[in-house]
Design a protein. Structure first.
Ligand code: ZN
Length: 155
């Protein structure tokens, strides 16, 4: 319960950082901290969407849901989002403050990748369908691009 961090790890080739834009959804499986139920359907939340918290609606959170098992309404707020750049190592990409919910697992599916070639030219790529890794070839710079051996964990 409380604060948790989503960490990501991948081997990056010619991609120096991966980021999730503020208006893009994060797909996660959540666990109720009160009854321990891990909900079997993934849910989404994003940094730019704030929802009022019942009953008074004065405070806001990025995710609000009623636990289907214990019936209590709980929430999670996104505290910080950071790009991933530590190829081959785990790095925290999101910090969450959970009030009754915690993240059991994150499913990374989309990123914006950025890189710089040997002559200093910067480029950006849309990375989608990341599940089993991602490979592409940049014709303009003649560069193979890849994001492989993807792992996530929550600490
Ligand atoms: Zn519950």
């Amino acid at each position: 319960m409380g604060k948790c961090e989503i960490q990501f790890k991948a081997d990056l080739e010619n991609v120096s950082s991966l980021s999730v834009p503020a208006d893009q959804d994060w797909t996660v499986f959540v666990k109720c901290s009160l009854c321990g139920e891990v909900h079997d359907k993934p849910v989404t939340m994003n940094e730019s969407e704030l929802l009022p918290l019942p009953p008074k609606g004065r405070t806001e959170a990025n995710f609000v849901m009623k636990c289907k098992l214990c019936g209590r309404t709980s929430s999670m707020s996104i505290k910080s989002v950071k790009p991933y750049s530590a190829s081959g190592e785990y790095q925290t990409v999101m910090t969450i403050d959970g009030r009754g919910f915690e993240v059991a697992r994150w499913i990374p599916d989309r990123f914006v990748g950025a890189g710089v070639n040997d002559s200093g030219a910067e480029y950006e790529v849309e990375i989608e369908d990341l599940e089993d890794g991602w490979c592409d070839f940049d014709d303009r710079f003649d560069l193979p691009l890849s994001v492989l051996d993807i792992e996530t964990r929550v600490i």
